[in-house]
Design a protein around this ligand. Structure first.
Ligand code: ZN
Ligand code: ZN
Length: 179
């Protein structure tokens, strides 16, 4: 959905959209969209700002990612609000002349007469995802010995099979020092 500044000159735009998986491009992010993304909000042109837009609203979606510990699938449900400001790219050149309120929300830029709602939502989803992605806090991860997912297979590997190797090495060293 294109949020057109031309239309915003006439009235505040309202949106209430549902994006099925595939409609927003998450390729290259090691992510999948696991449910429809629903977004509702408004887009308005702020008067006497030289073209500044305010886009606010909320969205919900379940994303699917990879667990950092077991590499299995992780469900990442998101339910977030956003309140964003965008200025026309043409303003960057005269940035010095534009008064910037300290503490104001971060400002983005737009060109070509508006913004695609899909691009805004994509960015918001990527920002909202946790840095650490874990399928569950009790995830046992991958066995360092056999490499199997310890949530799915109760392997018989014991941590002391690593110790054994050290033991063998110790034996070797001892024998060498005796020789
Ligand atoms: Zn996991
Ligand atoms: Zn194992």
């Amino acid at each position: 959905m294109f949020l057109s500044v031309q239309e915003m000159e006439l009235r505040k735009l309202r949106f209430d959209e549902v994006f099925e998986p595939g409609q927003i491009d998450f390729t290259g992010e090691n992510l999948e969209q696991g449910s429809a993304l629903r977004a509702a909000g408004s887009a308005e042109l702020l008067s006497h700002t030289g073209g500044e837009l305010r886009i606010q609203g909320q969205y919900s979606v379940e994303m699917l990612g990879q667990c950092d510990r077991c590499l299995g699938r992780t469900r990442l449900p998101l339910e977030e609000r956003f309140d964003l400001f965008y200025r026309p790219v043409s303003q960057i050149a005269r940035q010095e002349e534009v008064e910037i309120d300290e503490g104001e929300a971060e400002i983005g830029f737009y060109q070509d007469g508006g913004l695609e709602l899909e691009d805004i939502l994509r960015e918001q989803v990527l920002l909202a995802l946790p840095m650490q992605r874990i399928c569950k806090s009790s995830c046992k991860g991958i066995c360092p010995v056999c490499g199997k997912n310890r949530n799915e297979f109760a392997c018989d590997c014991k941590p002391d099979s690593i110790d054994d190797r050290w033991g063998a090495l110790r034996h070797l060293t001892r024998r060498e020092s005796r020789a």
